[in-house]
Design a protein around this ligand. Structure first.
Ligand code: PPE
Length: 301
């Protein structure tokens, strides 16, 4: 991780190395924190944070899932994000806001622990490391929707994603893992949503078991703008043989082609035309080059 100059912490900007906490913060012990992953891109009008409002809204929605009240409003968090980028004088970066239960209370009822908030940013290039990835179905299932609030981005949930990710570490046949849900349907990657293309039409697993990604939502709009049909429906592993293309979406992963699952090729095993079109559409939109979606770009100024 390449440090930047400042981190926003509880309302003030502190030098990167000074943004520290006590080892007894509640969030460290129990995962009682909520976070976002956001990206800022260079555009013809200067740096712009992609869908900052939607990410900030999701952060505050996630906080509610663990009965946390943010000390800062949506507008304050959005302004802090933009000011952080201005102060760090960075054109493109990954942004990581987090709200966590802090120091002063142990035990499983977090009420009484102070809520702390930080926003950091740093350069983060290719997340999956390849233009096209080979995926392995995890032996772990996506968290049961009744065990957690599945559409909240709670830090503790991510142990599930870590378990799945560790399965492909050191295995040079695979680049990323994939979760099935408790009913055996394809759910999502450990940090990405998934789409399939069959006969020129897009299919993606529905809300309910997944984190409903903001990239997923953007790609659905961009596909519809191009006259493509998008259906949200369950996909079973046995349906994979009939799919022509597959790709992951996510803030970190952007649009990344999936060319095989469990060693079996998807379509001809190459990056497909619909994936290529939507990847370009997404990269144009984040770089402020899609006139229809200017509202997605929060210009830092
Ligand atoms: N599912 C999961 C489980 C997930 O973590 C992400 C984001 C998505 C789907 C896609 O959501 P969105 O970014 O709104 O399109 N994963 C974040 C964390 C990655 C990390 O390793 O940290 C991200 O992409 O920033």
């Amino acid at each position: 991780m390449e440090p930047t100059k400042y981190i926003w912490m509880d309302g003030t900007f502190v030098p990167w190395a000074k943004a520290t906490v006590h080892v007894l913060v509640h969030g460290l012990h129990y995962g009682s924190a909520v976070f976002e992953g956001v990206r800022c891109y260079e555009t013809p009008k200067g740096p712009a944070v992609f869908r900052l409002k939607e990410h900030t809204d999701r952060l505050l929605y996630s906080a509610k899932a663990i009965d946390m009240t943010s000390p800062f409003s949506r507008d304050e968090l959005m302004e802090a994000t933009k000011e952080l980028i201005r102060r760090n004088k960075i054109k493109e970066c990954y942004i990581r806001p987090i709200l966590f239960y802090g120091y002063g209370k142990m035990g499983l009822r977090p009420g009484g622990a102070p809520v702390q908030s930080t926003i950091a940013c740093w350069p983060w290039g290719s997340y999956l490391g390849h233009e096209a990835v080979r995926v392995k179905t995890s032996k772990h299932i996506r968290l049961h929707p009744r065990s957690v609030v599945p559409d909240a981005k709670v830090s503790g949930h991510y142990v599930n994603s870590i378990m799945a990710s560790l399965e492909v570490v050191g295995d040079d046949r695979y680049d990323e893992s994939l979760f099935l849900d408790f009913e055996g349907n394809i759910a999502e990657g450990p940090g990405e949503n998934i789409f399939f293309v069959r006969d020129g039409k897009l299919i993606t697993p529905p809300h309910g078991m997944i984190l409903p990604g903001i990239t997923r939502d953007s790609v659905v709009s961009l596909a519809k703008d191009r006259g493509l049909t998008v259906t949200e429906k369950t996909v079973k592993p046995e349906d994979l043989a009939s799919m022509d293309e597959c790709f992951f979406t996510g803030t970190a992963a952007e649009v990344t082609a999936v060319v095989s699952i469990d060693g079996k090729k998807i379509g001809n095993g190459k990056i497909g035309p619909v994936t290529t079109t939507l990847k370009k559409a997404y990269l144009d939109a984040v770089h402020g080059k899609d006139p229809k979606h200017q509202a997605w770009c929060a210009y830092v100024g």
